[in-house]
Write a protein that binds this ligand. Sequence first.
Ligand code: NAD
Length: 321
Amino acid sequence: MDEKRWQPRKVVIVGAGAVGSTFAYALAQSGMADEISLIDHSRELTEGQVLDLAHGFPFFPTVKIYPGKKSDYANAQVIVITAGAKQRSGESRLDLLQRNAAIVEGIVFDIVNEHSQAVIVVVSNPVDVLTYVAQKKSGWARGRVIGSGTVLDSARFRYLLSQHCGIDVHNTHAYILGEHGDSEFAAWSLTNLAGMRINEYCPICRKCTDWEKEKSAIVKAVRDSAYHIIDYKGATYFAIGLALVRIVGAILRNQRSVLTVSTVLDGEYGLKDVCLSVPAIVSQVGVEGIMEASLPSKELEALSQSASVLRGAIAELRQGD
Ligand SMILES: NC(=O)c1ccc[n+]([C@@H]2O[C@H](COP(=O)([O-])OP(=O)(O)OC[C@H]3O[C@@H](n4cnc5c(N)ncnc54)[C@H](O)[C@@H]3O)[C@@H](O)[C@H]2O)c1
């Protein structure tokens, strides 16, 4: 085999905290990457995480994991940004947003400077706003700079729905759309159990007496999930780590998977110049296309409401500059 022609499947993870390190662990287990480069502001944290992970080499599928540097951006296939600042005491939400936007802009500047051909996946919160910021800063095609969006929220939704209906989560197809945050909503019109529309399944199931009430309770539980986990243990990282393996795997393997990642819209669903989650086709180029489902008016309104919330946050960020 011609060594020169072999290109490792290389993923750079920026931010080696709870989310970045858990994702590195899950990605290494998956066997989908040949190289994982871990970059963090804190050199000590990076060294510690890399050593801890490296001691798993005898148990992982073959993989290299090492402390990274900016030049790693050049030949990476995917760069995942999980870097973020923590809220300081007395700091406003806008101040924190500005600091995180500056962090993401700085990282994107370095990536572009290295003439990287990678797809960027933003995870840091607020993910939709920061993905928008990253895409604008890069000047790249919109599909090459995407956010993890509501892939995690959709997983939470599928889990809760499968528990409620008593059906395997793998047969439970359901999507949360819009903002990764309080204005997100469930696309009930796209929800099905093994192809059977949820509203057709309900009369057969007869488990609950008031399905509308149950629906609201499930969506509320999805929306509040992160708050509960953060109250219990300070941060969420296992499920997002796995959601990232799914997204990055779709890119590395050119899978054309339909995932609710966050993308800058350009007229789809009647929305322009705003970044949020709708079902998107994810392949080696990032988002290759948007699945424009014919949503009922109630769901279209919810999507447009979510877009307004996000446009407001972007406007606030610009005013604060
Ligand atoms: N999108 C989602 O679904 C989702 C889910 C969970 C967490 N998150 C977000 O992911 C982010 C990370 O969460 P966490 O729990 O890992 O936080 P963390 O504090 O454990 O890790 C963040 C890391 O970023 C590093 N960092 C800060 N600035 C940097 C820079 N300029 N370059 C490189 N590294 C830098 C810090 O040193 C720290 O190690 C947060 O913004 C969090 O809200 C998103």
